[in-house]
Design a protein around this ligand. Structure first.
Ligand code: ADP
Ligand code: MG
Length: 706
């Protein structure tokens, strides 16, 4: 474990951040680069040259031997290909360490094996990475040495986005343009940029590496595919916010240290609801920076866990029967001069800009609930959403009492005249300080909740990149802003028009607002009555990408073209089908090679010992052994039949075209997997533990020491 250092001293040490740039770049170059970062103006090659040189010197001084264009292909994880700084040897056999402006700005990593959804065929494999200068370059240290990582976007020869970052940057640009139009029309003359800010809370599990390495399902799929519930799960709620076990503490300390060095402001850490589950939240940052940071957080978690004899599980549902992991995407809109458009202020009913922003978000979420649902879908998340542990699969917005009251006033009269105030909190203990309560309570069951000055999108899966959900939120809000701006521009009195738009947005889209219990069965019925989409699984969410409404919006705002959307759709089906196929085969493998032979061995032992008992003592009552043998044999036969059925079902599903295949995997293979799991999990209760071939749930969830 590393020594505790003064956090302020180490913070950002491994990041080529603003301070380093100001120190190391000539003022003219620094100003030029900042202009590009701020205004998106084109970067001059001469500027890039100087920046590259300074970056190289800084990296080499910190021990770097290589650089890489770090990018985020559509697999959802990050990719890198290292190039050493060495150049061709000089005549005297030495090398000069080089890194040019061109190498900084553009890369051509070939990388033709990443999924492109048909955008790119391997015979015309050109793909380029382009420097995203709005996200700081950083150093990665590891056994491979120190690598300078340059955040980049990844595009095809024809300029189509092959990654998750390009659409994200485009969506931020679209949102900026449309939000600025609204700001100007509403009288703001000072702000020059509007950017989405994001803070992503990350949940994860930690188990011992020794146990992890014994479980084929965890190794191949990231989640357990078999496992009976231990006698104790999360019902006592004694893990949540509990004191952090020492072994986990060491991990957290090293993780924070690594993140702070990278300039990632890791802030909050605690135990989560399920045994062995934890959470980390950083301080929010500009949307694309937060997305890069979240990728790094996940990567660091995995690496650092290993060095502590632990394994970090980021899958949405590592263990059946206890809560899975998610990621809360906190989102707000902020201007370069410090206005948070989602800050209601003291008198929200008079804050027209806030009300416009709020009403546009409500409209956007209602119109594109299906897209938002898609953005939170990944294979693992199908096990969480709508299962009383995460928001339902129905999108709705929680506003809270105070905002809902204002919305009601606006809907009824077209005008809001007052704001409900929060009370003072009375604890009944005179020595405790009294303080003002928030005007609004929390609602943990809502997928999209207003939490005072931001929205919290609570549906995203723990292993997922937050790029997709932010592309969707940014774009749908940009669309609502653009429609408002169009109307205000055409109106004689834009401010009066704005008031009408706010009331209209709320009136027409109030059905999306729901402040009640999202876990309740009645909500499912009520939502259906309101006509809100209820999309239970990833496979059903995928088509949202290419509905006429989605295509029109993404194309008009310049975020994604039809072919880019279709590519993402195809990749999503493919990921679903492949993931389930791997899970199914992992189950077959575990059952065939370990569980079934173990049960047979156990049965053999039971049979033998029963015979021995009967020989030694013919009058002994061996009904218990007999029953056990019968019960185990029945379950064994069920398991064997289920294996045969799973095998043919998976094979049949894999033969179809990609969409049909994904549907078959969901409709037929997933239930067949459940049929195999059931007898094996029941056998786990019956079979002598010494015969059981894999660590149990209890071993994994309760063995990360205290
Ligand atoms: P909670 O009360 O749910 O724990 P916090 O206020 O601690 O929420 O914040 C949770 C996350 O939201 C953190 O990552 C935090 O940085 C982020 N966050 C706070 N304010 C904003 C904001 N204005 N915009 C975006 N994210 C924010
Ligand atoms: Mg939260």
């Amino acid at each position: 474990m590393s020594e505790t250092k003064n956090v302020a001293e180490i913070f950002g040490m491994d990041s080529f951040n603003d301070t380093v740039m100001r120190e190391r770049l000539p003022k003219r170059i620094y100003d030029d680069l900042k202009k590009t970062i701020r205004e998106g103006s084109e970067l001059k090659p001469s500027t890039a040259e100087v920046v590259a040189n300074a970056m190289k010197d800084w990296a080499i001084e910190h021990g770097a031997t290589h650089y890489t264009h770090w990018f985020q292909p559509m697999t959802g994880v990050t990719a890198e290909k290292h190039d050493a700084f060495v150049s061709a040897p000089t005549p005297d056999g030495r090398t000069i360490l080089e890194f040019s402006g061109k190498e900084l700005v553009k890369g051509e990593p070939d990388a033709s094996s990443f999924p492109s959804g048909g955008i790119r065929s391997t015979f015309e494999a050109r793909g380029y990475t382009a420097w995203d200068c709005t996200s700081p370059a950083f150093l990665k240290h590891g056994s491979v040495g120190t690598i300078l990582c340059i955040p980049t976007a990844f595009c095809s020869y024809t300029g189509e986005a092959l990654d998750k970052k390009t659409p994200l940057l485009r969506s931020m640009q679209a949102l900026n343009e449309q939000a600025l139009r609204v700001l100007r029309l509403m009288g703001n003359t000072t702000s020059r940029q509007v950017m989405p800010c994001v803070g992503a809370e990350q949940e994860y599990f930690l188990i011992s590496r020794e146990n992890y390495l014994k479980r084929k399902d965890l190794i191949y799929t990231g989640r357990t595919l078999f496992g009976a519930m231990p006698s104790k799960g999360q019902e006592m709620e004694d893990h949540y916010f509990g004191s952090i076990p020492e072994s986990v503490g060491g991990f957290m300390r090293d993780l924070n240290d690594r993140l702070w060095r990278l300039g990632i402001p890791a802030k909050t850490q605690h135990n989560e609801v399920a045994p062995a589950q934890h959470e980390l939240a950083p301080i929010y940052a500009q949307c694309n920076v937060a997305t890069d940071q979240n990728q790094l957080i996940m990567e660091c978690m995995k690496k650092i866990a290993c060095s502590h004899g632990l394994t970090c599980l980021l899958n949405e549902k590592p263990f059946a029967g206890v809560n899975g992991s998610g990621k809360h995407n906190n989102w707000s809109l902020s201007t370069d001069d410090g206005i948070n458009l989602l800050n209601p202020g003291k008198k929200p009913h008079e804050n027209q800009l806030f009300l416009m922003t709020l009403s546009c978000i409500i409209k956007a979420v209602d119109l594109h609930a299906d897209l938002l649902r898609w953005s939170a879908s990944d294979v693992g998340n199908d096990h969480r959403l709508g299962r009383q542990e995460a928001p339902p699969a129905i999108i709705s917005i929680f506003l809270g009492e105070q905002m809902e009251d204002i919305v009601d006033q606006l809907i009824i009269t077209g005008e809001a005249t007052h704001t409900k105030k929060g009370d003072v909190l009375h604890t009944g203990v005179s020595t405790l300080p009294e303080f003002a309560k928030d005007a609004t309570d929390r609602n943990r069951t809502s997928p999209f909740a207003f939490t005072g000055n931001k929205f919290e999108f609570r549906m995203v899966g723990s292993s997922d990149s937050i790029a997709d959900c932010n592309v969707v939120i940014n774009t749908i809000v940009a669309e609502a802003f653009s429609e408002a701006a169009d109307r205000m521009e055409a109106a004689e009195d834009p401010i009066a028009e704005a008031q009408m738009i706010i009331a209209e947005n709320l009136r027409e889209h109030r059905r999306i607002i729901f402040n009640g219990d999202g876990y309740a069965e009645e909500w499912v019925k009520e939502a259906a009555r309101r006509g809100l989409p209820n999309i239970p699984s990833m496979v059903d969410a995928i088509p949202a990408l290419t509905t006429p409404e989605s295509v029109e919006m993404f194309e008009r705002l310049g975020v994604m073209s039809l072919s880019e959307l279709a590519a993402r759709q195809e990749i999503a089906y493919e990921i679903y089908a492949k993931t389930i196929n791997i899970e199914a085969h992992t189950m077959l493998n575990m059952a065939g090679k370990k569980y079934i032979p173990a049960v047979i061995r156990y049965l053999g032992m039971l049979g033998q010992s029963m015979t021995q008992v009967m020989t030694a003592c013919p009058d002994a009552d061996v009904s218990a052994q007999r029953e056990l043998i019968l019960e185990c044999s029945d379950l064994l036969s069920d398991a064997k039949n289920a294996m045969a059925y799973l095998e043919v079902t998976a094979q049949k599903a894999a033969e179809e075209d990609i969409e049909t295949s994904a549907r078959l995997f969901r409709d037929e293979v997933v239930p067949a997997m459940e049929e195999l799991r059931e007898p094996i999990d029941r056998l786990e209760f019956l079979v002598d533990k010494t015969y059981w071939p894999y660590p149990s749930y209890g071993d994994m969830m309760f063995q990360v020491g205290q």
